[in-house]
Write a protein that binds this ligand. Sequence first.
Ligand code: ADP
Ligand code: MG
Length: 543
Amino acid sequence: MASSSSSSSYKSNSGNNAAMLLSDALIEELTSQVNDFAAARGLQVEDKEKVNDDGSKLLVTAPISLFPNAYPASSFRRGQILAPSFNLLVERISRDAVWLNETLSDTGVADVDPFTGRLLKMFQDIYCIEGAGKFAKKADRLGILRSDYMLHNDNELKQVELNTIASSFAGLAATVANFHRQLVTRVANEDESIRHWLEENKKAVLGSSSSLISEEDGVPENPALTCLPSAMNVAHRRYIEKFGVETSAEPVVLFVVQDGETNTVDQRMLELELALHHQISVVRMSLTSGYTNLLLNESDGSLKVLLDDGTAREVSLAYFRAGYAPTDYPGKDDEEWATREKIELSRATKCPCLGYHLAGTKKVQQALARPGNVERFFSGDELVNITPLIREAFAGLFSLGADATEFDKSAVNDALSGNEANYVLKPQREGGGYNYYSDRLATKLRENVSEDLILSNELAEFILMERLFPPKQMAYLLRSGKVEGYGESISELGCFGTIVSSDDGEVLHNEYSGFLLRTKFSGVDEGGVASGFATLSSPFLCN
Ligand code: ADP
Ligand code: MG
């Protein structure tokens, strides 16, 4: 293969290290390989803008970083260790209605943000009123969580957010890791310039005194595509056993999906695993369609889905890949909200139930950072062993709601005094593209904060967060199978965790379940692969 060159026909993004440039011929060759691999293994997404001439969907290579990104092995292990602890935390928060109400209602969030308000109201109606929601209260719970982190200040692992609904990319991330692992072992050994590339990135992240690439360095196995379906299988089998449903009646797992979803291949990979390894059938349906095609049996709480052939199948598990954004509830007569309620009221296991969903809100994340709040959910050995680990992963988090203290206001003051670049302003939204940075952040605060630091009500739905600055390293990023550019990049690690619990909170399954690394050019503020900011990558673990 060709060696490195100091000029490139590819577009340079946000600063670059010319000494590290790889030759155009090599990049073209690897791009062609990645596109072949993507077709062979389904590392693909639906094109958002284009369709085939006959109107059918067009699948393209998923946004991807051509090379894996250097990542400290010790920080990665910390993320793995934290996964079961965050699972437990979410599980316990979901059962603490008093604390959820205090956090989301008393602070003003539920008033200012009608979406969170509505989820909270449904949660209260079903779980907090005696005699209500009797089937929901008897249901098991499945959590498929993804805790996202950035490295900050000497590679400390700091949580960006905790996703408790529709945590995506397990399928594609596992496939990317396979591509990167074979690329590194096969090509880096043959090609001096790629080896040099990996070593320079290792130095950029671990410090210039770090050693050359060793035998232990490399891309780890990503078990996400095995672990997520396995956890679903645990929930499904439990359901069958608990309610005495005949397996011959073939209960199904319901995937609640968005109309117009483009990340379908990632979802289909889970579906395929469920079918091939666990003999479980999946039915996909939007909240809109569920209004007419899901039936709740009022006497036993079973949920049935009507199929095109007129037959109906019982739902063991409702797995949400939709429902986290107001746009997933477009109906004029609240049809989608009615569907959500129907599913919640049933005895089917939900992934997530409303309590888990609410535990993943940004307000909850900020509230947990307050002294005593993580500690509320643990006792005995867990209090000693788990809470400090969780706390260490928190970045600075500040309330802008009715509960804002002097501590929070001093951060607001700091952001208003020229240090806006050290903060991120976040509303209660999911899916990428909603945060405020730099000038926009300062303007938003200025419009809503008086001189004596009184915060307007409008700010209640926002949290202010310390901005994290992960180490930069060089990357070639591809979109739709073409090199979008090269330059300095930063990465965000996601660690999946799965948990199954019974109606009374007994934990039946709880484990770390794989990873996702997303990489973007360092000049890009926002994140998210589907939203077009980041690409999928893998950690090249460095020791
Ligand atoms: P969402 O629910 O929209 O994914 P996130 O909290 O994950 O919300 O924010 C979206 C993106 O913004 C992240 O993927 C990350 O790239 C960036 N981001 C969020 N918080 C921070 C932070 N504290 N420091 C730096 N970047 C951040
Ligand atoms: Mg996010």
